[in-house]
Write a new protein. Structure first.
Length: 121
């Protein structure tokens, strides 16, 4: 499974930190507007405190489409992803028609959003 396509890799600069974001090319087509309207719900499934190099994945049904959402602590220490920060981070990922993923090196998070045609189980 190819997660990054170099031709669509975007490097975004925010103040003194770098964010690496990429839209997926191989997932089913999602609904970015619906996903954006439900970012709070998505984040309620993944926000929390995680040990080093661990994370969580969950699924959110949004009517006719579902989204797989994941957050991983890539920091070498315990790390907390709060709801507000999660919402900020997922905005880039859900804006991609086929989902996306971002790496936030300064804060130690990797986020991932992928549309799915099947319902959550």
């Amino acid at each position: 499974m190819k997660l990054f396509n170099p031709s669509i890799l975007a490097i975004l600069s925010f103040t003194n930190s770098m964010v690496y974001a990429a839209c997926r090319a191989t997932s089913p087509l999602g609904n970015p507007d619906l996903a954006k309207a439900n970012i709070d719900l998505m984040c309620s499934k993944i926000a929390g405190q995680y040990d080093p190099n661990t994370g969580v994945g969950n699924c959110v049904d949004l009517g006719t489409i579902s989204y797989r959402v994941k957050a991983f602590n890539v920091k070498g220490i315990q790390n907390t992803l709060d709801q507000k920060t999660c919402v900020q981070y997922l905005k880039d990922d859900v804006g991609c028609p086929k989902g996306g993923q971002s790496i936030w090196p300064t804060t130690g998070w990797r986020t991932f959003v992928e549309p799915m045609l099947e319902k959550c189980t």
